[in-house]
Write a protein that binds this ligand. Structure first.
Ligand code: HEM
Length: 356
């Protein structure tokens, strides 16, 4: 039998205290870690949207690791400040509870989407609801940081705490990776997703491709191609003229709602309308007033689309003419385009997401 006296520390008082071999993170450290993880999840989620296909694999990996590490720290949070907070009976404990419930719901929906166990109801896809709940945590996170500040102290210079946090992150990374393999091997949809985390739906079958709309966009009533007014670089271009020169290209529309669909889009490259344009961005605007600037250097990757699979676009998909931008996420594929102009305003001056 091993000598258990090696597991006890001798105190200066002469009394013996058990060595804290498996010591846990302190409630302060757990709080700080959770705040950083929620922030990390929000930032990586948002940035993965705005970079499109570029770096999406790295960002969704980092996002999943933040989320799963957060889930692993929940028991520590419950044992620590949640227990103390409920003992104190302050009114603000209900705000904290709401924050906690929101984060738990966000986590659960993210995992349901990632595994493919549940896709949501109608327009309220599991991932879209997950993202909305994720955004809703922002004011709570700010409130939490302001009202319960975790000020760094000398005790925070704790190598063991860092190692423990690193260990939790490593376990989360392993779970994130194995989750995909396990989902694939038991035939769950989660095993077969793009690097953005989206699930495939209705590729080559535009009739069944979902039609969704970005938060601050709205569907126009009249989308008649004959009377449609489209101006490109100040000149009027009839939809029929576009149709007659359109050619199919295969591209994946990857919606921020968590699905992607590949179609043969009938397009005309926007570059064919501009000869040595001078400016800093291309501005594409919808009849709804919704629009985006694209860096001028991306002109060769912008296409005006009038149909798919040889058929005209449906209203919900942006009829009679929409933008196709391979590699960028759905909100940038402007629907119901009425004007394209070269602008002096750099694209980076606009918010990373179309919120105005
Ligand atoms: C409180 C904030 C958030 C938490 C804790 C969180 C957590 C998670 C978790 C745990 C997953 C599943 C990862 C996996 O099992 O593989 C996930 C997936 C995802 N989340 Fe979030 N999330 C948050 C906010 C957001 C926001 C604001 C966005 C978008 C702007 C977002 C976008 C996504 C996407 C695209 C996926 C699918 C990618 C993947 O499966 O890894 N999330 N999230």
């Amino acid at each position: 039998m091993s000598d258990i006296s090696s597991l006890v520390q001798t105190q200066p008082t002469g009394r013996k205290k058990p060595l804290q071999r498996g010591a846990r993170l302190t409630p302060r450290q757990v709080n700080l870690a959770l705040e950083l993880l929620v922030l990390g999840a929000i930032v990586t989620g948002l940035v993965s949207w705005s970079v499109g296909d570029r770096l999406s694999g790295v960002l969704t990996f980092a996002h999943g690791v933040c989320g799963i590490t957060l889930a692993l720290l929940i028991p520590a949070k419950m044992r620590g400040s949640v227990k103390t907070g409920f003992r104190r009976r302050r009114l603000s404990r209900w705000i904290s509870t709401l924050f906690g419930v929101l984060v738990l719901a966000t986590l659960a929906l993210g995992m349901l989407h990632a595994t493919g166990l549940w896709f949501g109801v109608g327009q309220w896809s599991a991932l879209w609801t997950h993202e909305l709940f994720g955004f809703a945590t922002i004011p709570f996170l700010i409130w939490h940081v302001v009202t319960r500040p975790v000020r760094p102290t000398a005790r925070d210079d704790d190598r063991r705490a860092l190692l423990r946090f690193g260990g939790a992150t490593a376990v989360a990374a392993t779970l994130h990776v194995t989750q995909r393999f396990v989902a694939g091997s038991v035939d769950l949809a989660g095993g077969d997703r793009r690097s953005t985390g989206s699930h495939e739906i209705a590729s080559g079958d535009p009739e069944n491709m979902p039609s969704v709309i970005w938060l601050n966009d709205s569907s126009p009533r009249d989308t008649d191609a004959e009377s449609w007014s489209l101006t490109i670089g100040g000149g009027v271009v009839p939809i029929d003229a576009l149709r007659s020169v359109s050619r199919p290209i295969n591209a994946k529309l990857d919606c921020t709602g968590g699905w992607w669909s590949e179609q043969a889009w009938d397009v005309v490259p926007l570059s064919s309308f501009f000869d040595a344009p001078i400016g800093r961005s291309v501005y594409v605007e919808s009849i709804t007033g919704y629009g985006r600037h694209f860096p001028l250097g991306e002109l060769a990757n912008l296409y005006l689309c009038v149909g798919y699979g040889g058929k005209p676009l449906r209203r919900g998909h942006g009829a009679p003419v929409r933008l196709v931008v391979p590699g960028r996420r759905g909100p940038e594929w402007i629907k119901w385009v009425t004007s394209v102009t070269v602008s002096d305003r750099p694209a980076w001056l606009q918010p990373p997401l179309p919120l105005t």
